[in-house]
Design a protein around this ligand. Structure first.
Ligand SMILES: [Zn+2]
Length: 75
């Protein structure tokens, strides 16, 4: 009898894991609209990065706090 219960639990867990694996994950990836659009380039080194990850100041964008502090290369 215990064996039957163990098998039932195992099947339940397997099905649950399968459903979890097949279901689209939410929270892992950013929304599609945001992920692809809105690339900006760092005013200091010119590297492209998503606007959401960039530091912005005075209408310019920077890839890191270091470059944000350094300011634009041409100014
Ligand atoms: Zn930079």
């Amino acid at each position: 009898m215990t064996k039957l219960i163990l098998i039932a639990v195992a099947v339940f867990v397997l099905l649950w894991l399968l459903r979890r694996a097949l279901a689209p994950r939410k929270g892992d990836a950013p929304p599609p609209g945001e992920a692809k659009g809105d690339l900006v380039s760092c005013a200091h080194c010119g590297v492209n990065l998503p606007k959401a990850e960039a530091r912005s100041a005075g209408g310019r964008h920077y890839c890191s706090e270091e470059h944000w502090r350094a300011g634009p290369r041409d100014g």
